[in-house]
Write a new protein. Structure first.
Length: 651
């Protein structure tokens, strides 16, 4: 039996958005679910037209709605709300009061905020600026900026006029930015002069000439200054118009009524990690993202008007898009920029407490670091306003689940959520009706026919397999950029199982409908032909205080695969025979004999993507002597050098 960590009170259930939505369904569709999430989920999957119509109606989407759907077994060509019209920004700027809309906090403690009224005014002024420089519908606007308020405002202004947004965080180097932005031929580049990370000032503006030299489509550059810091001015650049955000304040407010665009109108282009090749440019649709995010925010995360939502993210991760859309729920959002443990391991938690955050979103890796550093939150940080904690980015271990309830807050809904940039949303997530069990994601999302398949394409329970989705949903990508005939799109998600979305996660579905994610399918270990998830090994190794972090891969060896565990040791520790024996013994006991690594090797660093995800596939390719594709996708590519030609792997 799984260990139950939290159960909602009857009062919490009755006051939840999910309960209110259930009453709405009962009234308009004559269905009665009696507070049973499984029944509601089943109905939402079996009645997609009724379900998505109800989502539009319940959330009072501003727009022109039709009841036309084209839902077929051919998922990739299915359509929702054909000929319906809306404006994404209009549905986010639903308030115009003096209440707080956005707060920014930097690692050094600098804080600024914008009211809903100020946000509306700024967006209208930026729209005037865009039109002045001839930015129009379908033009691409790209941002190379930290997570600051002006970035959100520029995004909202872009979607307001039907332009297509795309962003990279400043931790991307110049080659990574060029590789992404050059594919979509942007007309305007927005860039911040500098940013700060762990106390260090990093100059971004000096990278601009190299970017402009390679991306000839850019005609104008808008320069933002880092919040609370003096602006770095730039010399003139030939044939490029340079503007400063401070000038926009002088513009007139756009008085034009916002145009409503097609439900499928392009909203934003996000990028795959690029660790297995050139980054794919994934284009998302306005209406689908809006509906899916509202569903997840309100029905799964119970976000309410005047809540304060904080997700630790950069502008280069899909969770930034997810965070911004929380404005549509009449909630305020909190932006943080910098190193999450600058001068204090519990910095983000202190900010969450001070800002009265109601939803706190972090990565599983962040929780791992709190465990490693033995941070005792409950003793000094009360987090009285906190209702929900979301964790994503990688699987959250049982220890991670239990740490949250033991050391952060006892009475909180912990929602481990999993989806991806591909759908800019979730396949599996939480709900307020059900208990939280250690190590398990509560359920698949409403309207999502998620399952786990065997290699033969059969749905399986209580066994590990491939995470799939069997039905169309509105936040599927509209297209890949520069992909005529959707060839790359089909190959990415529909090549393994016919007309079934194959997501590439190695997972297990339990009898109770919960899920466990074991890692990426392409990173699974296969010794003796038996598939093993990397998360099962990480969850054991993370318990060792001697180990700071680790990465596990399968090395091709003697016509088979053997497991290799690389570890970065904590300060003043040594990988001796005793520690090796202790790690192997614990893995054997807590996982299985098959999970025990053939070799344990110390390294100084672990390669990871810009979003902080470790890259098992890249390490495997290095130790197997294979070519590494697109090394620029990594935040620390030089780390791979340490894995080359290791003597320990020759025998």
């Amino acid at each position: 039996m799984p260990k139950k960590l939290w159960e909602p009170s009857k009062e919490l259930i009755k006051n939840s958005n999910l309960f209110a939505y259930e009453q709405f369904i009962s009234k308009y569709y004559k269905y009665n679910f009696s507070g049973n999430y499984k029944k509601l989920l089943k109905w939402s999957v079996k009645n997609p037209k009724d379900f998505w119509n109800s989502v539009w109606k319940y959330f009072e989407i501003i727009g022109i709605k039709t009841n036309k759907f084209k839902l077929t077994k051919d998922l990739i060509n299915s359509k929702f709300f054909v000929n319906s019209k809306l404006n994404f920004t209009e549905n986010l700027l639903v308030k115009n009061s003096n209440q707080k809309a956005i707060t920014f906090v930097s690692e050094n403690g600098y804080r600024e905020k914008k009211s809903w009224k100020e946000l509306n005014i700024d967006v209208k002024k930026i729209i005037t600026f865009y039109k002045k420089i001839s930015i129009s519908e379908n033009d691409r606007i790209v941002a190379y900026t930290p997570n600051q308020i002006e970035t959100v405002e520029c995004f909202l202004s872009a979607s307001a006029i039907g332009s297509i947004w795309s962003s990279c965080s400043p931790d991307f180097g110049v080659p990574g930015v060029i590789e992404r932005f050059s594919q979509i031929k942007p007309k305007l580049l927005i860039i911040t002069d500098k940013y700060y990370y762990n106390g260090k000032e990093i100059n971004i503006i000096e990278r601009l000439p190299k970017i402009l030299k390679k991306i000839k489509s850019i005609k104008s550059v808008l320069i933002l200054n880092y919040p609370g810091k003096k602006l770095r001015k730039l010399k003139k650049i030939k044939n490029i118009k340079i503007y400063y955000f401070t000038e926009i304040k002088k513009h007139e407010i756009s008085r034009n009524k916002l145009k409503k665009f097609d439900f499928d109108h392009e909203l934003a282009i996000l990028y795959s990690s690029g660790t297995t090749g050139k980054p794919k440019c994934i284009c998302h649709r306005s209406g689908g993202v809006l509906l899916q995010h509202l569903k997840e925010h309100q029905l799964h995360c119970n976000i309410k008007p005047n809540d304060n939502v904080f997700y630790f993210t950069t502008c280069g991760w899909m969770m930034w898009n997810w965070l911004v859309t929380a404005l549509a729920s009449k909630a305020s959002i909190l932006l943080f920029d910098g190193f999450p443990m600058h001068k204090s391991s519990d910095l983000l938690l202190k900010i969450a407490d001070k800002e009265k955050v109601t939803l706190f979103g972090i990565s599983a890796k962040y929780i791992d670091q709190l465990i490693k550093q033995n941070v005792r939150v409950k003793e000094k940080i009360k987090l009285k306003s906190l209702k929900t904690i979301c964790s994503t980015g990688s699987p959250l271990s049982k220890d991670g689940f239990e740490f949250v309830y033991k050391n952060i807050k006892k009475n909180v809904h912990l929602a481990s959520i999993s989806g991806g940039t591909d759908i800019v949303s979730c396949f599996v997530n939480g709900n307020i009706y059900s208990s939280v069990n250690s190590g398990e994601i509560q359920n698949n999302g409403l309207g999502m026919d998620t399952a786990v398949f065997s290699e033969k394409g059969k749905s399986i329970l209580n066994k590990k397999g491939e995470l799939v989705c069997r039905n169309p949903f509105p936040s599927m990508p509209l297209k890949f950029w520069n992909d005529p005939g959707k060839v790359k799109y089909k190959k990415a998600y529909f090549s393994k199982f016919k007309n079934i979305w194959h997501h590439g996660d190695y997972a297990e579905r339990k009898n109770n409908g919960s899920y466990i994610i074991y890692g990426r399918s392409d990173a699974t270990l296969n010794p003796g032909g038996v598939r093993l998830g990397t998360a099962e090994i990480y969850s054991v190794v993370e318990k060792f205080k001697e180990v700071k972090e680790s990465i596990v891969v399968g090395q091709s060896w003697d016509n088979d695969v053997r497991i290799i565990l690389f570890v970065v040791l904590s300060k003043n520790n040594k990988l001796d025979k005793n520690l090796i024996s202790k790690i192997k013994r614990t893995i054997r006991y807590e996982a299985s004999p098959r999970h025990v690594p053939a070799k344990i090797i110390t390294v100084n660093d672990i390669p990871r993507t810009k979003n902080g995800k470790i890259v098992e596939v890249a390490v495997k390719n290095v130790i197997d002597g294979n070519k590494i594709n697109n090394i620029e996708a990594l935040s620390n590519p030089s780390a791979l050098n340490e894995y080359k030609n290791l003597i320990e792997l020759k025998s």
